[in-house]
Design a protein around this ligand. Structure first.
Ligand SMILES: Nc1ncnc2c1ncn2[C@@H]1O[C@H](COP(=O)(O)OP(=O)(O)OP(=O)(O)O)[C@@H](O)[C@H]1O
Ligand SMILES: [Mg+2]
Length: 247
């Protein structure tokens, strides 16, 4: 990735606290269009908070979050919805609606955020489900799915709007090695086929090394590293080296 490529995401001097707890302190980084960045760090270091700031579910106390040219934290209503349409989000918990079938779960964002017809929606939903290998399960309720299927369903829902930016929070946690690498394959395919900009939070070093172009490491509220694998494997901080699976 070269710096001359257009920027998809800018995190500019972002600080965020909850009560007296400072979760992020002056965090700055940018992600190029089509780049995949893996966000690493110990539990509770603010990785999920970072993704929620990116999608505008949380607002920074200080600093800015730019998606393309837009400062997402200054947008509201229709403007915020329009910007969010460019982004797909897979929550850490998959967060499907338990009382709706898989098909309905995927149709919902299309109905709410696009003016697609009923048949266009059905087509898009089926295609997204097929991409993650769940087409045959379209009428199932989330409660009938295994953990890995739920993750894939959550990913299908994040992809159904064909987002320019995909944000995924621990897509492979709790999954076996094979299922996890299938999820990584899907992410790699998105990247290759659609040049989707991707930010992944993960504890899975093996997967991260496969899909990541650059790696961001959070520690004690600070961004302590943001670079390619090659550079981070030899980083001065042991925490960084361990998180990227170096020596
Ligand atoms: N809405 C909130 N209100 C108050 N505190 C919060 C909120 N969201 C997150 N926090 C706190 O912010 C810190 C970072 O949380 P976050 O969920 O970002 O961690 P994480 O890096 O994703 O951890 P994990 O790897 O366990 O998922 C935690 O101490 C958490 O309790
Ligand atoms: Mg988290």
């Amino acid at each position: 990735m070269t710096e001359s490529q257009p920027t998809a995401i800018v995190f500019d001097g972002v600080s965020k606290s909850f009560g007296s707890k400072q979760v992020l302190q002056e965090v700055s980084f940018s992600v190029m269009q089509g780049e995949t960045v893996c966000l690493l760090g110990r539990s509770g270091t603010g990785k999920s908070v970072t993704l929620k700031l990116l999608i505008g579910l949380l607002r920074p106390d200080i600093g800015k979050v730019l998606i393309g040219q837009d400062n997402i934290s200054s947008l509201e209503g229709d403007d915020l919805s329009r910007l969010r349409r460019k982004m797909g989000f897979l929550f850490q918990s998959a967060a499907l609606f338990d009382s709706a079938t898989l098909e309905e779960n995927l149709a919902l964002p299309l109905r709410r955020l696009t003016d697609k017809s009923k048949s266009e929606i059905e087509h898009a939903v089926l295609r997204a489900l097929a991409e993650v290998g769940l087409a045959a399960d379209r009428y199932k309720m989330p409660g009938e799915l295994s953990g890995g299927m739920k993750k894939r369903a959550g990913l299908a829902r994040a992809l159904v709007l064909e987002p320019e930016i995909l944000l995924v929070d621990e897509p492979s946690s709790g999954l076996d090695r094979i299922t996890a690498s299938e999820i990584d394959d899907l992410l790699l395919e998105q990247k290759a086929k659609r040049r989707t900009t991707i930010v992944i939070v993960t504890h899975d070093v093996h997967g991260a090394r496969r899909v990541g172009d650059r790696f961001a490491v959070l520690d004690k509220a600070r961004l302590v590293a943001f670079d390619t694998l090659q550079c981070l494997e030899n980083h001065e901080s042991k925490t960084v080296r361990t998180l990227v699976g170096g020596q």
